[in-house]
Design a protein around this ligand. Structure first.
Ligand SMILES: Cc1ncc(COP(=O)(O)O)c(C=O)c1O
Length: 387
């Protein structure tokens, strides 16, 4: 008799990106090469100096050894300094844990916050791996609907109305995947206040923070005070900022007492984060500051190219656009989002993800990861997507 699968695993959706990529195989290529806007992957290669450092580190005997559970000191210190500067705070190296990517940081944060049978609030549309992580942990995802007319920015008062004693944490992703919405500092402050009053964790996934526009200032003011250390956890990814998603490096920032608990989780999950990438990225935080700025400007150009291509097209509407993503209303009124995405992939050779991959109530929308394509390819969308 075959063993029973853990029901929390059986309940998971299949990995969404490969499922969508399979739809593109039906495309006959007649309109030109596929334009793949499905995955939030950095379009270009890492800086050559970063690749050189990665090669050096990977070839060293030191990188072959286990390292500290919470990451190498040099990277913890470099990220703490970077966070302190950007947010105008005093975040120390002992308040940083390096993880095997931001997804692993999220799993650690959820293990920290909620036990099986409890719940965590996720604004919808949500990042699908967040919901999947909760499901596999036996923790319920409590949807907090965001409205297109609010620019998909959640409201703290809506969240408060949906809380009950099972909810242990609220997760905010800003700038957001999938909508691109950047939450104003006041919104984040209102959620921090709510979380503090109600004894909840506030988890901020700021994977895309390095792509905020020039002069945007600190993404929020929480690190400028001291209260955050009790219940705020910030998650970060090196994948997009340094174009190294394959090296699996992320981070979790929290008060020292929180990090001590996280050390137990990370010891079990990863023992230590991969070593070679840590040495290289520790240098890159300062060493590639200008390169990061240029990458951000390139994405801003792509956002403009995408918006210019889509704006004149009847039936399409950009509901929200940000540093990496646009969230668009598709023109196939009444059709489920999967059907719309499949048709666009098969007939037009453009791959976007259906809103329904990102939670309930998203059938009218598609997510576009325009960061993956150059401006010339994005300009082609005008022809490809005319219905
Ligand atoms: C909001 C968000 N968090 C986390 C991740 C995963 O990042 P990493 O590659 O560091 O695990 C992604 C990747 O798309 C993301 O969009």
């Amino acid at each position: 008799m075959p063993p029973r699968l853990n029901p929390n695993v059986a309940a998971l959706q299949a990995p969404p990106i490969p499922a969508a990529q399979a739809w593109a195989r039906a495309y006959d290529g007649k309109r030109g090469p596929l334009i793949d806007l499905s995955q939030a992957a950095p379009g270009g290669a890492p800086h050559p100096a970063l690749l050189e450092r990665l090669a050096q580190a990977a070839g060293s005997a030191e990188a072959a050894r286990y390292g500290p559970i919470l990451g190498d000191e040099a990277l913890r210190a470099a990220l703490a300094a970077d966070v302190s500067e950007l947010y105008g705070g005093r975040v120390g190296p002992s308040e940083v844990a390096i993880t095997a990517g931001c997804n692993a940081a999220f799993v650690a944060a959820m293990l920290l916050a909620a036990a099986p049978g409890e719940a965590v609030m996720l604004p919808t549309p949500w990042y699908f791996n967040h919901e999947m992580a909760l499901t596999m942990l036996g923790v319920a995802a409590r949807p907090l609907p965001c409205r297109a007319e609010d620019g998909f920015v959640p409201r703290a008062e809506d969240a408060e109305a949906l809380l009950d004693e099972t909810v242990r944490a609220i997760v905010l992703v800003t700038p957001n995947n999938p909508t691109g919405a950047t939450y104003p500092p006041e919104t984040i402050a209102a959620f921090a206040d709510l979380a503090r009053r109600r004894g909840l964790w506030l988890v901020l996934d700021e994977t895309y923070r390095d792509f905020l526009p020039d002069g945007a200032g600190a993404p929020h003011g929480l690190f400028a005070g001291d209260a955050w250390r009790d219940n705020v956890v910030q998650l970060y990814s090196f994948s997009k900022s340094y174009a190294v998603p394959g090296h699996r490096l992320g981070a979790l920032v929290g008060g020292e007492a929180v990090i001590a608990e996280v050390a137990k989780l990370l010891d079990t999950i990863q023992i230590c984060p991969a070593r070679a990438g840590q040495a290289a990225v520790a240098w890159a935080i300062e060493g590639l500051r200008d390169w990061r700025t240029a990458a951000r400007d390139t994405l801003a150009d792509r956002a403009r190219a995408f918006a210019d291509a889509l704006a004149p097209l009847p039936g399409w509407e950009i509901s929200s656009i940000g540093p990496y993503f646009a969230y668009v209303r598709h023109p196939f009124a009444g059709a489920p989002a999967v059907e719309a995405a499949q048709r666009i992939a098969a007939e037009r050779g453009v791959l976007m993800l259906p809103g329904s991959f990102f939670g309930p109530g998203q059938e009218t929308h598609l997510r576009v990861a325009f960061a993956n394509a150059g401006v010339e390819r994005l300009a082609e969308l005008g022809d490809r997507l005319t219905v």
